[in-house]
Design a protein around this ligand. Structure first.
Ligand SMILES: [Zn+2]
Length: 222
């Protein structure tokens, strides 16, 4: 790993996408892009653009957790137990999944992390794994900055996701046509509101984000 953080760029999503497009020719293929930002700040949208338009590989720890649960693996059962009791997956389980994922996705395409790491402790564990096991990677960090929490809450309240665990396409209620039948365009699955996206849970997620974000950002800048 060359550096955990070359720079933090606070820009809007479009500007970040432009930066990525413009620097296409100069980034190394063994690069990890880490996108940090509050729930609803646009991490998912930016990730989707990078995958569809730039051919990046996506690593979403949320998706990995949900896939393990859907598979009914030992790890999935453990994750389920923790989410029932504490509402969180322990950091050591997440970093193990990230390590396995990186070891099995040795492709010459940049990787984009969606919403991970979330805390300074997760960033420390990740840094350690990258340093010891994947020193060939360069890490670049982008921080999506949105100061208006009410705007974020409104955005998330309009979010619908495909219930198909292997699809999980995201839609916005505002942009769905009236004639839309509530099914996913990609796979036909039902569109649902994620339990995490209910307003009182979103407010709690934003509180938790604020609590961790400063320390995390400072660690990534260091
Ligand atoms: Zn779908």
């Amino acid at each position: 790993m060359k550096s955990i953080c070359q720079r933090i760029v606070v820009l809007n999503i479009l500007a970040i996408a432009c930066t990525l497009f413009c620097s296409l020719s100069c980034y190394a293929s063994r690069t990890i892009f880490i996108v940090l930002g509050a729930p609803g700040a646009g991490k998912g949208t930016l990730t989707e653009q990078c995958i569809k338009q730039l051919g990046f590989q996506e690593l979403s720890t949320g998706k990995l957790c949900r896939q393990e649960i859907a598979l009914g693996s030992e790890k999935g059962k453990l994750i389920n137990q923790f989410s029932m009791s504490t509402g969180m997956t322990p950091d050591y389980i997440i970093v193990e999944m990230v390590e396995t994922w990186l070891a099995t996705h040795q492709e010459d395409r940049p990787v984009i992390f969606d919403g991970y790491p979330r805390t300074k402790h997760q960033a420390e564990l990740l840094t350690q794994v990258l340093k010891e096991k994947f020193p060939e990677y360069t890490v670049r960090v982008f921080l999506l900055s949105v100061s208006d929490h009410e705007e974020l809450i409104k955005r998330i309240a309009n979010r619908l996701v495909c219930e198909n665990k292997t699809c999980q396409a995201v839609y916005n209620r505002e942009f769905l046509k009236n004639s839309h039948n509530g099914h996913c365009d990609a796979c036909g699955g039902y569109l649902i509101t994620r339990p995490d996206d209910q307003e009182h849970i979103v407010r709690e997620r934003l509180r938790s984000f604020d609590q961790h974000n400063l320390k995390l950002s400072l660690f990534m800048k260091a």
